[in-house]
Design a protein around this ligand. Structure first.
Ligand code: ME8
Length: 518
């Protein structure tokens, strides 16, 4: 693979115990926006997603559905794949842990750990939560509603006693703390980083990494009585997809260490403690960053099947439109924080920010051009101070956006772009091009040109968030497909006067709120 900028980004691989909901779509959406952003910024991107198919939880769900695990996982994995397509996620690879390439990689990692004496055989006697697929120490358990003990996540625990292989996690406490100190941006947001550091400082115990009481998993090499613990199996997916155990391949060299593992806060410990420890113990590099985002609730309640309040992404998109949902999810909540989903908040943002601020701006400008400039890009005269000020704001956006994207501050990216969209609206009102038609048609052409050029830049920058709608906006400005990238932002690639434009049409319709009329 030739030199150049590369970016490797991954979603968690989702358990196929149940159908996907808005929480899964959210994590993958964040990755999709980053992947698209980096591609538009000239990077060669690998965007990986997929499904986590082994372990007791999935096996139990298959049995409950009256199916063999293999057939069950095929079916549910397909649902995740279909949702990713439906949400217009631009993944480059969809991995399933039941694939042969993954068995090969996972057993390869196990062998490397064995060769380095990082794994030994013992007996596990302790608590296990199938829902979390996690082991818990007695002191971690909390009082449950029924008087019994439960995991801090709220999951039920069961006592487990079985022969098990252990990973020497305790030996990695100091190296992990050093690694965190040397890489202050490894865990974001910073509040989560502190949580992880205090967990590690609290002391690490060796980790059980095999199970012997059921079969649905990848066999431990050389000991068919054991299967590999589902988290060791699952985390390995990130290197399976780039050809591990062949660490000498071009793809491995190009994409490892990964730039970003995006996860929810529930699974940060697995990614920020166990995973780098496994990798360091195997003489492999840890990833560059793990970002743990927050949790969505639904109108104040935890989203759960038993409460019957699971938000179905298909319904949401049907009601509001795909790009509208994509916009809302990343705009509504500062990325990293928990967020509460509500329909009124959705309607407010879509009407206020998409239909009014941006949609109306484009619609106004394009229809004035269609009506008053013969349906072609108006030729600008000399630019006045106001024109230059506005365009300078527009052209300054790329640098700001890059900075915010690099710390996964999606809400800041959108807020910054929208501040300029609002500045365009203020400029439009102040210049009043509709009044200039008779008084000064040349000035009108300049104002409309400045606005059209601003919209071109804004639409290109917003492509990662709302690819289809922004493509439609750029179609209306007759911007060629191969000029929709960040290399074409700025004055050097501005709209060419008198280029014919297609008939304008609205991109973001206003939502009619039930009971309030149009
Ligand atoms: O944990 N709000 O899979 P999983 C925000 N297989 N995000 C949510 C969410 C919510 N209410 N609900 C789910 C697993 N998520 C493992 C991962 S990776 C090697 C193995 C998202 O199906 C969030 O990203 O339980 C969370 O971390 C993930 O789904 C958990 O998915």
């Amino acid at each position: 693979m030739a030199g150049g900028k590369r970016y490797y980004i991954t979603t968690p691989i989702y358990y196929v115990n149940d159908n996907p909901h808005i929480g899964h779509a959210y994590t993958s959406l964040a990755c999709d926006v980053l992947a698209r952003f980096k591609r538009l910024d000239g990077y060669e991107v690998k965007f990986l997603t997929g499904t986590d198919e082994h372990g007791q939880k999935v096996e139990k769900s298959a049995r409950a559905a009256g199916m063999e695990p293999r057939a069950f996982t095929d079916k549910v994995s397909r649902n995740f794949h279909e949702l990713a397509k439906f949400m217009n996620f631009s993944f480059d690879d969809f991995i399933r842990t039941t694939e042969e390439r993954h068995r090969h990689a996972c057993q390869g990692l196990w062998r490397r750990l064995m060769e380095r004496e990082q794994i030994y055989l013992g007996t596990y006697a302790g608590w296990y939560a199938v829902r979390d697929e996690a082991f818990y120490g007695e002191s971690e358990l909390i009082d449950g509603p029924g008087g019994g003990k439960i995991a801090p996540s709220g999951a039920e625990v069961e006592w487990l006693e079985e022969p098990s292989y252990f990973f020497r996690l305790s030996a990695w406490q100091e190296p992990l703390l050093r690694f965190f100190a040397d890489h202050p941006d490894f865990i974001l947001p910073a509040s989560r980083r502190n949580e992880v550091i205090s967990f590690v400082k609290g002391g690490l115990h060796d980790l059980s990494v095999s199970r012997a009481s059921f079969q649905w998993g990848i066999p431990v090499p050389g000991d068919a009585d054991h299967i590999i613990y589902v988290w060791l199996d699952a985390l390995t997916n990130y290197i399976t997809a780039i050809g591990f155990p062949d660490t000498g391949s071009d793809e491995y060299a190009a994409f490892w260490p990964a730039d970003l593992h995006m996860v929810g806060k529930d699974i940060l410990r697995f990614h920020a403690v166990y995973w780098p420890a496994f990798l360091m113990a195997a003489d492999l590099q840890p990833p560059k960053r793990v970002f743990a985002h927050g949790w969505w609730t639904n109108e104040g309640e935890k989203i759960s099947k038993s409460l019957g309040n699971v938000i179905d992404p298909y319904h949401l998109v049907d009601k509001y439109g795909l790009d509208q949902v994509r916009y809302f999810l990343l705009r509504e909540v500062p990325f990293g924080n928990d967020g509460d989903f509500s329909h009124p908040a959705m309607v407010n943002r879509l009407n206020g920010e998409l239909a009014n601020d941006f949609g109306n701006l484009a619609q106004r400008v394009l229809s004035m051009i269609a009506k008053n400039c013969g349906g072609a890009v108006p030729p600008p005269g000399t630019l006045a101070g106001d024109d230059e000020t506005l365009l300078a704001e527009v052209h300054g956006l790329l640098e700001k956006t890059r900075k915010n994207m690099d710390v996964q501050a999606f809400h800041e990216v959108l807020a910054t772009i929208w501040a300029v969209i609002r500045a365009c609206n203020v400029y439009t009102d102040r210049q009043a091009p509709w009044k200039l038609k008779k008084e000064d048609p040349e000035r009108m052409a300049t104002v409309l040109y400045v606005l059209a050029e601003a919209i071109r830049n804004l639409a290109i920058l917003t492509l990662p968030f709302m690819p289809r709608s922004m493509d439609r906006m750029l179609d209306q400005l007759a911007v060629a497909r191969d000029r929709r990238a960040f290399a074409f932002l700025g004055p050097g690639h501005a709209l060419v006067p008198v280029t014919a434009l297609p008939k304008p049409e609205g991109v973001f319709p206003r939502l009619v709120v039930e009971g309030q009329g149009p």
